[in-house]
Design a protein around this ligand. Structure first.
Ligand SMILES: Cc1cc2nc3c(=O)[nH]c(=O)nc-3n(C[C@H](O)[C@H](O)[C@H](O)COP(=O)(O)O)c2cc1C
Length: 149
């Protein structure tokens, strides 16, 4: 729709409290409403106390949101991967969506996600390798939801 480059990042964080499925949906519903105002889209995944979130949008908006998210004491952000600039959004149809572990299993994304989480923690991994893994994961999620919604 616009020629403005899309800035995107994916990060991993560790929850500092328990999150029930209801709390996760509440978090993502609030995030969805605020991200709509900020014109930010993405997805959120939670597994064994780890969050993985993908955010895309205008650079200053994403950076400012990421700053708020980093200061949220319900979790501790551990690593952020800044992705190459995109010309189009992966998720033009929603703002923030919580993807349940069941959905991830259904999409056969569990392994990709697991790989990515493992790779993020490896300091000797080249940034391109991590970027590629992240992009593969995001792309698989995008293909699925853009096909079925
Ligand atoms: C894992 C995680 C992901 C979050 N993702 C978003 C998000 O995508 N958008 C958003 O507005 N807030 C998100 N939040 C909530 C923000 O950290 C913050 O609480 C929210 O922006 C409201 O800020 P305020 O209380 O200063 O108004 C997230 C929080 C956590 C713990």
């Amino acid at each position: 729709m616009s020629a403005t480059p899309v800035f995107s990042l994916i990060y991993k964080s560790k929850a500092t409290q328990n999150f029930s499925p209801d709390q996760l949906f509440e978090l993502s519903n609030k995030a969805n409403a605020r991200n709509e105002e900020l014109m930010i889209s993405g997805f959120l995944q939670f597994k064994n106390g780890d969050f993985l979130q993908y955010l895309e949008g205008e650079k200053t908006a994403v950076m400012s949101l990421m700053n708020d998210i980093t200061q949220d004491n319900r979790h501790e952000v551990q690593s952020i991967i800044y992705l190459p600039e995109l010309t189009e959004r992966f998720f033009a149809n929603w703002h923030m969506r919580y993807i349940t572990p069941n959905e991830f299993n259904y999409l056969s994304l569990t392994d990709l996600l697991h790989d990515l989480l493992m790779q993020i923690d490896k300091i000797d991994q080249s940034p391109e390798e991590i970027e590629n893994r992240a992009l593969r994961l995001i792309n698989r999620v995008a293909i699925h939801y853009n096909d079925t919604s």
